[in-house]
Design a protein around this ligand. Structure first.
Ligand code: ATP
Ligand code: 6CM
Ligand code: CA
Length: 458
């Protein structure tokens, strides 16, 4: 501004606002207004402050957990340099905990954290860290409401606090599939403007005992084996998945068992739809009504290279459309993908389709069902005594078997959002919209961006 104008308008205030950039990125920009009178300037500032305070969906006090060892071990630095200044600018106060060991955040949330003080929880890390936060919050909510997590049929009580994800992990598929990009600044801005995106959570049980929750992928066979192998190579960072993925592709193990499932046979769409879950997609959820149209359980037996359940698309930079491109974030269903034993060449074609526009389900050895519940029983443990044998000290045999090509129909492990489950026989149920994120789903890129998306002040 020229000196002449500065003299005429000596009072000024600056408004920070969100601006959309390329590929779902959000950025913070500033605009400074100049006034001729101090009183007018004050009036503007006060009115803007009042308008912002009236926005009750915006968080004012947040509990932040940082995993300093996730992904490329940049969590602390990402938070301090990119996120904390934005929270400060938006007058959000924070209590920050840098975790000291695995499950630190989960246990703190479950038992100690004074949740009433906060408007939300922020997780700086990857899918594994997010899973800790989900376990802490969901378990705390059930305990506070006297709900028994061990009963597979129990209706769980939804969590009230929203969760923000600042991506700093290796896959970060939950952030990618709910925001459209893994970018700490974009995610921080979604927290600041107080977005809210409900999300389904699967509960996993074994013999009426609760094992874990899952929000993204439950994978047996290929993805279980990749995870088990990659955990021993954490030192490689995110590249461990490429290494183990290649190794397990070559190993080409298949596993025998039975999958039974309760299909969601209503108007919720199918996994083969061309439409995608996008911001603003509203589920008119009426479970009792929908139940009337449920048909009975289906069963599929056979030899599988992979059994995957995707409760959301599982889109990530490795696979921008995800494991199940048409899956919805908050519809109370999971897409059950069964990849039967086939040649290495065909399995490679199937895998490569996750990275292109081609349909990975359009193959004779792949079937996909949208389901509300499912069970898996591996062939070699179809009764309890066999199961007990396995679990009471027979892991060594199972490991030898798993590593030996001739025994390729023995057990794999379940990859549950990046954690290995201790049992192969599991029962899974989807809990519709059990948690909420500070996100809004992936936005359609509008034709005329400026008109469709007016800026939003911090
Ligand atoms: N202070 C800590 N020390 C060691 N492990 C931790 C600590 N805090 C959290 N963890 C554990 O680290 C694991 C991995 O973390 P995180 O999910 O952040 O990164 P990642 O595995 O690299 O990414 P992704 O899950 O996206 O693949 C989590 O399972 C979490 O329980
Ligand atoms: C030969 C070319 C092959 C190309 C194949 C591309 C297919 C990629 C699909 C990626 C699906 C990721 C699903 C997300 C799972 C997360 O809950 C979990 C925790 O972060 N990540 C993994 O298990 C990490 C799993 C990584 C597997 C590679
Ligand atoms: Ca879903």
């Amino acid at each position: 501004m020229s000196q002449k104008l500065t003299e005429a308008y000596p009072y000024a205030f600056t408004v920070s606002y969100v601006e959309r950039a390329r590929q779902h990125r959000w950025r913070c920009s500033d605009v400074t207004f100049h006034c001729s009178e101090w009183a007018l300037c004050q009036q503007w500032v006060q009115t803007i402050r009042e308008q912002l305070t009236a926005l009750t969906s915006r968080p004012k006090h947040l509990l932040v957990y940082i995993n300093p060892y996730g992904g490329k071990q940049q969590g602390k630095c990402i938070y301090e340099q990119k996120v904390a200044p934005l929270f400060a600018c938006a007058s959000i106060s924070t209590d920050v905990i840098v975790t000291e060991h695995a499950n630190h955040a989960r246990d703190h949330l479950k038992t100690e954290a004074e949740l009433k003080k906060y408007d939300g929880v922020v997780c700086v890390g990857g899918d594994g860290m997010f899973s800790e936060i989900v376990h802490g919050l969901v378990s705390r909510t059930q305990r506070d409401n006297g709900v028994d997590q061990n009963s597979p049929e129990e209706k769980l009580v939804p969590c009230t606090l929203r969760i923000g994800i600042i991506p700093a992990g290796s896959t970060d598929c939950i952030c990618y599939a709910t925001v459209g990009i893994n970018d700490p600044v974009t995610s921080a801005l979604h927290v600041i403007v107080g977005d809210s995106q409900p999300m389904d959570v699967c509960s996993v049980h074994h013999n009426n005992t609760f094992l874990r929750y899952s929000v993204s992928l439950l994978g047996y066979g290929f993805y279980g084996d990749v995870l088990a192998d990659s955990e021993r190579k954490r030192w490689m960072g995110p590249a461990r998945y490429d290494f183990s993925g290649f190794k397990k592709f070559l190993t080409h193990h298949h596993y025998e068992g039975a999958v039974s499932f309760l299909p969601a046979t209503d108007t919720l769409g199918t996994p083969r739809d061309k439409t995608r879950c996008r911001a603003g997609y509203v589920i008119l959820y009426a479970y009792n009504l929908l139940c009337k149209y449920e048909v009975g359980w289906g069963v599929v037996r056979g030899k599988f290279l992979a059994i995957n359940a995707a409760s959301m698309s599982c889109a990530c930079p490795r696979s921008p459309k995800g494991l199940s491109p048409a899956a919805h974030l908050a519809d109370g269903t999971t897409d059950l993908i069964l990849v039967r034993k086939c040649s290495r060449f065909n399995f490679l074609r199937h895998l490569l389709r996750h990275t292109s526009k081609d349909d990975q389900f359009d193959m004779t050895f792949v079937e996909v069902h949208r389901v509300r519940r499912f069970r898996f029983t591996p062939r070699h443990c179809q009764n309890d005594s066999e199961l007990d044998l396995r679990e009471n000290g027979k892991q060594l045999f199972s490991q030898i078997c798993r590593d030996h090509p001739a025994c390729s129909s023995a057990y794999s492990s379940w990859n549950c959002d990046g954690e290995i489950l201790p049992h192969a026989a599991i029962e899974v149920g989807v809990h519709c919209q059990l948690i909420k994120l500070f996100a809004r789903g992936i936005e359609e890129q509008p034709l005329f961006e400026d008109l469709a998306n007016p800026p939003c002040a911090l």
